[in-house]
Design a protein around this ligand. Structure first.
Ligand code: VGL
Length: 202
């Protein structure tokens, strides 16, 4: 297997129940994401955490022509990572949707704190296989996974650590089908433990 990294998409307060754009049961991904974090940390593999990080005025928000109520505004409480997400100190944070004309669904539009884009950062660290979980299945997870595969990365979607919005019923199911059709593997924790453990000893 090419070098794996864990990529946690937008596990933020606003995407969880009680937030500005809640993904139904979005918070239920957090304990499962924590299990994956521990697995990757123990294997000394990179952990990325992306975040939606919008300015107050952006084409992404309804008031300015977009689809969504304001959410994940830079520096706001709602833009923070979920308080129970156990992000390691060395997790690489990637912010997307930062500019006023960016939707930022794909984390490949995002940059880390040094200003390096996600694609360059992954390549610099020798990563070839992304294990993707987080929110939301039918938006940022989908967009990031499809983008990753078109850039030549292998992708495994963590089916027990994602939740969808389903504005139209079936959106998440269709997103899984699209990702699979483009070559993504769909796996749960048990399967990923085996894969990661096997590559750690090889
Ligand atoms: C997202 C809808 C709007 C996501 C972001 O993170 O999946 N979804 N903005």
């Amino acid at each position: 297997m090419r070098k794996p990294a864990l990529v946690i998409i937008d596990a933020q307060v606003d995407f969880c129940p009680g937030g500005a754009l809640p993904v139904p049961q979005g918070d239920e991904t957090v304990p499962v994401l924590n299990m994956y974090i521990e697995l990757f940390e123990d294997a000394n593999l990179p952990v990325y955490a992306t975040r939606d990080w919008h300015p107050e005025k952006t084409i992404h928000f309804m008031e300015y022509g977009g689809l969504w109520p304001p959410h994940c505004v830079q520096g706001s409480k709602g833009a923070e990572f979920h308080p129970e997400l156990n992000l390691p100190d060395d997790a690489e944070v990637v912010s997307a949707g930062v500019g006023p004309n960016e939707e930022g669904y794909s984390s490949f539009e995002g940059r880390n704190e040094e200003g390096t884009d996600l694609d360059s950062s992954l390549r610099e660290r020798g990563v070839g296989h992304l294990f993707i979980g987080g929110l939301a299945t039918d938006y940022c997870v989908r967009a990031t996974a499809l983008d990753a595969m078109s850039r030549g990365f292998d992708v495994t979607v963590l089916e027990d650590a994602v939740k969808g919005i389903d504005v139209t019923p079936g959106d998440s199911q269709r997103a899984f089908e699209e990702m699979t059709a483009q070559g993504a593997e769909i796996a749960d924790y048990e399967a990923v433990v085996e894969e990661i453990t096997a590559q750690a000893v090889s």
